[in-house]
Design a protein around this ligand. Sequence first.
Ligand code: ADP
Length: 301
Amino acid sequence: MNISIQRLSKVYDNGRHALSDISLEIGSGMFGLLGPNGAGKSTLMRILVTLMKPTTGRVFLNGKDFSKNRAEIREMLGYLPQDFRFFTKLRTWEFLDYAARLSGIKNKKERLQKVDMWLEKVGLFDVRERNADKLSGGMKRRLGIAQALIGDPKILVVDEPTTGLDPEERIRFRNILSDISRHDAIIILSTHIVGDISSICQGVALLDNGKLSFNGSPEKLIEKAVGHVWQISTSGTDYDILKNSYPVISTIPTNDGWDVQFVADSIGDMNAVEIEPTLEHAYVYFMEYLSNNNLTNDINS
Ligand code: ADP
């Protein structure tokens, strides 16, 4: 499976350039689209799920043009939007049955088998008789993923996957996604939370102000921050000066001040210790120092 995004731009009616000349190849497996709020992630997602047309540029799935094969492409799509809502009158299993019918599974027996299978997979079998709107936030999100997947989509698009989930539910949700990614599907996660991406995505793209500023593996992004992440023990006004001079990633209180981790291009003769970057460090470093500067060097490198 392959999605090829070619020179995609989107200008809204109010003149806002939400996407500018995005080109991207996405293969099977888990792909993370990362960027701050307003970067253009939802706009790109809406185009990828055929809910919106780009102003210019094209998208292909296995060589098929999205604009010419919309119905066919839609049959291969599963989508879990950020503000996923459902009909309140339906019980949990009925809701999934409804989603299965919409996805084209006509045979009732086959449909009910699938419904049970997905209820099991996402841990909702025990609450299958409960009204869908009476489920907890995490359960609703899991029901959302089940409805997106029940038609065996080739492409699954999930917008802000962990919004509103507690840590335990986040882990559970991630495990469900990585389980699915073993099949041949393309799973695209769009998020502003670095932790949603780290361990499970083979590829990651950074969007910043409608532009693609990085495209590569999480490891490659981390490599870019090597030599630019630091830790220092500090206190009082030194801490204030540091905080105002560099992007601070974390501040841990100590007996006489704070251990502060920060990113910097260079630190002069400051007495800080260089540390190994994580993906979160790398994201902050990239957005602060590299994004949309020198684009031709950074993309795909
Ligand atoms: P993200 O999902 O990364 O937060 P969006 O794609 O929602 O970003 O938005 C990108 C930019 O486009 C923002 O500046 C946003 O205000 C603008 N935008 C989004 N939707 C519309 C719309 N329907 N009309 C006009 N501007 C929009």
